[in-house]
Design a protein around this ligand. Structure first.
Ligand code: BES
Ligand code: MN
Ligand code: ZN
Length: 500
């Protein structure tokens, strides 16, 4: 699936049909040149409609005027920017999403990116609006054989932004378009049903990144067994689907020989819980237990498509966790790639087993500057943080700070959680070096503590995205079950701190 919206940038001419979008602050004053442009009849019509609808120009509110007097456009949509003091805080990406939702059924719209003098309506803002609109335009309808007539389906296919400097806006859009497409890839992967997207198919989809210059390596079970990823293979051994590990490399740094940045994703294509089987209610959601891996693929796509000046490695561990005569049992002890042994207490705590081997492998093979892993790891993170923040665990304060900052900028926010020796004790085992669960309390922390045993001294951060990556609450920039969470966050982390 692709971005359903075609975005363009041109000069600020009025459209002859479709929707015209304008912006105003809470004073409802249209910028002088815009007022002149649309003419006195339209200005008067807007003022009357605003009064009739009690439109106050609040941030992200909209006034829709059908068949506006004095204009050729079929409708006029005026978007509020709120008070001057709010304007700087208003996230243009979220605003673009909210704007897109109000455009309605014409298949094309023109957005005049102008507003109060204190609104920084330059090329960057125009491109941010376009990003928000593209993300909002996404819907996953690959398996719907009948076309519905809901708002999303009627959404416009082309959005033209009227700006002062179209060339600069186009340039700013190029990088955002790359990111938007990465988010769409992540969403598509998470939304796909698990009968279609098993580990082998997931590997094939990841391999498509080679078109963008990403080197993709797919390790099959034979190779994984030779390498010694027994913790990962143990999770997949109850499934008729073979496990895979995919390594994706984007070499965009100008300087050679600098340690790469590294991203690791949990890719449990379906998590039944295994022998420690989950209850039936809501189990279908466990098709999304590969949202971490999907994010890593979407991120690598974004980095490659915008030719990021960085050496980045993405690794994903792809398995299916099934109950079966050959499935792993509680009580089993497996030897991980690191050499450390793990007693399986609960086969439903499988994500950490997959990540243990992939993290260790990534560290040994690539000696990265840092590793960030993403995983729909624990239900407990939703008890702690709801769906508003991902849980952040890290052994490195600088990396944690950078992730927090990137989260604030993108709106994909993280909340730091603790680690420590007292928690670590909770996963000591009677029979092996450790066990794979730590009891009822602090479930997200003991899971992170488990991962920490496989990263050595490498700066590392773990993002528990069980709450943010799937079953996502509706937002200005997303209506889909799968949010594609993390692509924008990590793209920003790389762009702000690791390129050049
Ligand atoms: N994939 C689940 C976590 C999850 C739950 C993600 C709900 C998204 C929504 C994970 O593999 C799991 O089952 N975790 C267990 C761990 C427990 C057995 C220690 C959990 O959270 O209950
Ligand atoms: Mn599980
Ligand atoms: Zn899982």
């Amino acid at each position: 699936m692709s971005v359903r919206l075609k975005v363009g940038f041109a000069s600020q001419v009025l459209p002859a049909s479709g929707t015209l979008v304008l912006f105003v602050g809470d004073d409802l004053v249209l910028p002088h040149h815009v007022a002149e442009h649309i003419g006195p009849a339209a200005v008067e019509g807007f003022a009357r409609a605003a009064a009739a609808e009690k439109f106050k120009g609040k941030a992200k509110s909209a006034l829709v005027v059908p068949a506006p007097a004095g204009l050729q456009a079929d409708r006029l949509v005026v978007i509020g920017l709120g008070r001057a003091s709010d304007r700087e805080k208003t996230d243009a990406v979220a605003l673009g999403g909210a704007m897109f939702a109000k455009i309605g059924s014409p298949r094309h719209a023109k957005v005049l990116v102008s507003g109060p003098a204190d609104w920084p309506h330059g090329p960057e803002i125009a491109a941010d609006l376009a990003l928000g609109a593209s993300l909002r335009a996404y819907s996953f309808d690959r398996y719907k054989t009948k076309k519905g007539d809901d708002e999303e389906k009627d959404a416009p296919q082309t959005l033209s932004f009227g700006v002062e400097d179209p060339a600069a806006a186009k340039k700013a859009w190029k990088t955002r378009d790359a990111v938007a497409r990465g988010v769409v890839t992540a969403r598509d992967l998470v939304n796909e049903p698990p009968n279609v997207l098993h580990p082998e198919e997931f590997g094939k989809r990841a391999a498509e990144l080679s078109e963008l210059g990403v080197e993709v390596e797919i390790l099959d079970e034979k190779q994984l067994s030779k390498i010694g990823m027994r913790a990962l293979l143990g999770v997949g051994q109850g499934s008729t689907r073979e496990s895979r590990v995919v390594v994706m490399r984007w070499n965009g740094a100008k300087k050679k020989g600098v340690a790469p940045v590294c991203f690791v994703g949990k890719g449990v294509c379906f998590d039944t819980g295994g022998i420690s089987i989950k209850p039936a209610g809501g189990m279908e959601d466990m098709k999304g237990d590969m949202a971490g891996a999907a994010c890593v693929v979407g991120l690598m796509q974004a980095l490659a498509a915008r030719k990021a000046k960085v050496d980045a490695v993405g690794l994903i561990g792809l398995v299916e966790n099934m109950p079966d005569g050959n499935a792993q049992r509680p009580g089993d002890i497996v030897a991980s790639l690191s050499g450390q042994t793990i007693e399986i207490i609960n086969t439903d705590a499988e994500g950490r087993l997959v990540l243990a081997d992939v993290l260790w492998y990534a560290k040994e093979r690539f000696k990265p500057a840092f590793m960030v892993d993403l995983a729909t790891l624990t239900g407990a993170i939703m008890i702690a943080l709801g769906q508003e923040n991902a849980g952040l665990f890290s052994n490195d304060d600088a990396l944690a700070e950078r992730l927090s900052a990137a989260g604030t900028v993108t709106g994909e926010t993280v909340w730091r959680m603790p680690l420590g020796p007292a928690y670590d004790k909770l996963i000591d085992s009677k029979f092996a070096d450790m066990k794979n669960t730590g009891g009822r309390h602090g479930g997200s922390i003991t899971a992170a503590q488990f991962l920490k045993r496989f990263v050595g001294d490498t700066p590392w951060a773990h993002l528990d995205i069980a709450g943010t990556g799937m079953g996502s609450p509706a937002s200005d920039v997303n209506r889909s079950w799968a949010s594609g969470w993390g692509v924008r966050l990590l793209d920003r982390l790389v762009a702000d701190y690791y390129e050049g």
